[in-house]
Design a protein around this ligand. Structure first.
Ligand code: TRP
Length: 450
């Protein structure tokens, strides 16, 4: 019991929201969402995406918070505790820790590019270059050996620096500073983008759905994107949930976090598509959109130096607070289950992630032969985590909560001991028990058929 008392918690409601939104809002929103929307028909993708957030994403977020707060443990310990001794279930937790580690390895590579881009903005590298030159420069940077690894190391270092300080004095404190900064930058950039000539075409692309574009591929891409963006399926929110005070309402917390996350993705779309259309760039440009197209566009604007710089700072902040949640899953497991000190746990997980991230980064070199299952290590890690580990993790998490955890435990956490959310309880329980498992399973199976 003494040990439980020592457990660090979030100090305030604002702190929880900042940290959880920090986890959810990341490269997934600002870099991956516009890519996915661009490749999958814009408005059609957005509609499907929002539908999945409401029907599945939010109930799943609540589920993870419920499991975390009920058990007061890391993901592995949480399944051990709530399965009341039944074997097998903790595997979901182990899978989550592994998945968090694997996501970190390629996430830090992309985060490294964001720091590289901040550096390029500062030295005014983009000035006067055309798209081909900027793209060439981007490829050259990726193909360098030392520099990408240096930026990855820097990124891992700033994350470890916060993680080692703990929950309230580390994650919470930094999220409370970083998230408002991120919001201000987002709004400035949106206003700027909307003022461009021809911005309206971009808005039409994002908001006017062409329903004929919705097919199996759009559904799967949207589901994967919801999981990734809302940080679902690998225990990040179980871990954060375990630090939430018993007084806080888990449903309203999830609503705020989930809706902010979606809102930021849409804002990122509002920054990127009007700008792209205004300069005649096709929305399917993929990863190049954020890293190459935008600097080109900023380049040609008044005040472009400033806007370009704050855009990449925005990306760094978004990636940073998300990486904190990925690290926290591993660190909470190492400290609570393996009884390592927080310092050691932070060092081991950072060094481990750095080593594998070297492979991810090197696999992108033009002459690289580092592949798994026919993909580069980088793409392979992305595919394994988002198509297999996270969806499986999410599937088993809702099955666990719906069928294995005592209904009373669910109700107590969901309603804070019978005070709030009484009406919503039935609907959510139905979704968690029946709808979510079936929907995830169907979409999962169909992704392999397609
Ligand atoms: N949600 C983050 C993003 O959008 C990434 C992330 C952080 C994540 N923690 C996670 C994804 C846990 C899956 C699971 O960039």
């Amino acid at each position: 019991m003494a040990e439980k008392k020592k457990r660090d918690h979030f100090g305030s409601k604002i702190g929880i929201i900042a940290a959880a939104v920090g986890s959810a809002v990341g490269l997934g929103n600002i870099y991956r969402f516009p890519c996915m929307a661009g490749e999958n028909g814009g408005g059609a993708f957005l509609i499907v995406y929002i539908g999945i957030v409401l029907a599945l994403g939010l109930p799943m977020m609540v589920s993870e918070f419920v499991i975390g707060r009920r058990s007061q443990r890391n993901p592995v310990g949480a399944f051990k505790t709530l399965a009341s001794g039944a074997k097998g279930w903790p595997l979901i937790g182990y899978m989550g820790v592994l998945c968090g580690f694997l996501i970190l390895t390629f996430y830090t590579t992309v985060a490294g590019w964001t720091i590289e881009s901040v550096y390029k903005s500062i030295i005014n590298y983009y000035q006067g270059k055309n798209l081909a030159e900027i793209e060439q420069g981007f490829n050259d940077s990726i193909n360098m050996t030392f520099r990408p690894l240096l930026w990855q190391a820097v990124f891992i270092f700033i994350s470890a620096f916060v993680i080692v300080k703990g929950i309230e004095k580390g994650i919470e404190k930094y999220s409370k500073i970083l998230m408002p900064t991120l919001t201000v930058i987002l709004i400035i950039l949106c206003v700027k983008s909307l003022m461009l000539p021809g911005a309206f075409e971009g808005m039409k692309f994002l908001f006017k759905p062409d329903f004929s574009k919705i097919d199996g591929h759009v559904l799967i891409s949207a589901l994967g994107q919801v999981f990734f963006s809302m940080s679902l399926g690998m225990g990040a929110l179980i871990t954060y949930g375990s630090y939430i005070s018993k007084k806080d309402n888990l449903v309203t917390t999830s609503l705020m976090v989930g809706l902010s996350d979606t809102f930021v993705a849409i804002l990122a779309g509002i920054i990127i598509f009007p700008a792209a259309f205004s300069f005649g760039i096709r929305p399917e440009a993929g990863p190049s959109l954020a890293f190459n197209t935008l600097p080109l566009i900023f380049n040609q604007m008044k005040g472009g130096y400033f806007f370009c710089l704050i855009f990449f700072i925005l990306l760094v902040i978004a990636a940073w607070t998300s990486a904190l949640s990925l690290f926290e899953v591993i660190v909470s497991y190492l400290t609570e289950e393996l009884k390592l000190s927080r310092r050691k746990a932070t060092i081991y997980s950072s060094v481990g992630a750095f080593i594998i991230s070297i492979l991810a980064a090197m696999s992108l070199h033009n002459d690289s032969s580092l592949t798994i299952f026919g993909f580069t290590v980088f793409d392979g890690l992305d595919k394994i985590t988002s198509m297999v580990l996270m969806t499986l993790g999410g599937l088993f998490t809702v099955i666990f909560l719906g069928w294995k955890v005592k209904k009373q435990d669910f109700e107590d956490e969901f309603t804070n001991g019978g005070i709030v959310n009484m009406r919503l309880k039935k609907i959510f329980y139905f979704i968690i028990k029946y709808l979510a498992p079936v929907a995830i399973a169907v979409i999962m199976v169909s992704q392999f058929i397609i």
